[in-house]
Design a protein around this ligand. Sequence first.
Ligand SMILES: Nc1ncnc2c1ncn2[C@@H]1O[C@H](COP(=O)(O)OP(=O)(O)OP(=O)(O)O)[C@@H](O)[C@H]1O
Ligand SMILES: [Mg+2]
Length: 411
Amino acid sequence: MCSPGRNVGVYSFTYFGRVVNECYTGFMDKKTIAVFLGGKSPEHDVSIVSAIVSVIKPLKIIGSKIVPIYIAKNGNWYVGDELADIKTYQTCKIDEIVSKQKPVSVSFNDGFTIIPAGFRARPIKIDIAFPVMHGAYGEDGSLMGLLRMAGVPFVGADMEASVVAMNKVLSKEVASENGIPTPKYVSFPTSEFNQDRKGCIKRVNDTLKYPVFVKPPHLGSSIGISKVKEPKSLENALEVAAYYDDVILVEEAVANLIEVTVPIIGNDKLTIANVERPLSLEDEFFDFKSKYINGGKKIGKGKSGAQGYSEIPAKLPGSLYKQAEDVAAQVYRVIGLSGISRIDLLIDSKAEKVYFNEINPMPGSLYAHNWVKKGISNVELVTRLLELAEEAYEKRQAVKSTFDTSFLKQF
Ligand SMILES: Nc1ncnc2c1ncn2[C@@H]1O[C@H](COP(=O)(O)OP(=O)(O)OP(=O)(O)O)[C@@H](O)[C@H]1O
Ligand SMILES: [Mg+2]
């Protein structure tokens, strides 16, 4: 039943084979929503699919005015209705737009306004920004800093939490300081590795037990990650990570591994989706191809698309399901996340111990497939995220940012 007195719409979706008619608050149909997609990151293409399939499509159902803001691989910004169409990116049209169109400018006067190129183009005032960006310059706090400066509500984690979440060393430090277990690790700047290789290798060998994982801590999609089974292979793995990042993280491998991921939405009050277990046919770790090209399958012809192969909800022995939910919620809180996130956990199934692995502040396709199984449709999810964005914005605005002093008069 739709609650009376609210401006609501009804949306139908299929839930475990049943058609469900559900309600959503309708005030978002009055808003102009900027959807950011693309970006200067290796996950540029994944962001396009996430934005078009899981955000723009439901926003069209809601009836919001959508302004797709495409950030090209070179960092330029473009707007235009065709940027909300997947075909634009599947053909040469996108290259034409990038090479022929002038990028837009942005004004921060009185909120966040996009000024499209062209003499006759009208400025577009944005009510809420929806950054559907993965990786560097989009998910890592950079864009959030800019949106804060512009004074516009935006979906997802704020700047500070995004910075910490997208740095695997910082997020581990904050988590372990707060008593959340994470695999034992060592980290050092790439410059230190370049100056003193032997010293760095010794530190790893003196501190950690093999096998270890070597990671570039700012990257995702398993890019630059190596599993190292014995000391003689360490240096090469460190070189690979050094190629991709200015910091190197080395951590012990979790034995008897079960991987799970826990999608969460909320600001102060959290809603946890199903604990999900991605399944692979081999016992090695997922790489980019297995996650995005083979749809979660390590080998074989497989379905296409991300997260095509997982167990929802995960069947975990004993109290592990509850433990996973608790650890994920703790991580969300101590990192200071808001809006949406997905917390990845590594479980030692024999020791029944849950370790924090990493955070995805803007999960691919919002993990809408999991939320649907929780009974929250894609439309409801997007609506809630927009409401949470406004709530977070109000909270930010309530904090006084100026302070009157007589300091200048002294000079
Ligand atoms: N300490 C560990 N113990 C066991 N397996 C690990 C460990 N660290 C990473 N892995 C394996 O390597 C994979 C990739 O590692 P991680 O999740 O840190 O990288 P990522 O690049 O951020 O991946 P993505 O963004 O695609 O989730 C994990 O999904 C897991 O299979
Ligand atoms: Mg991961």
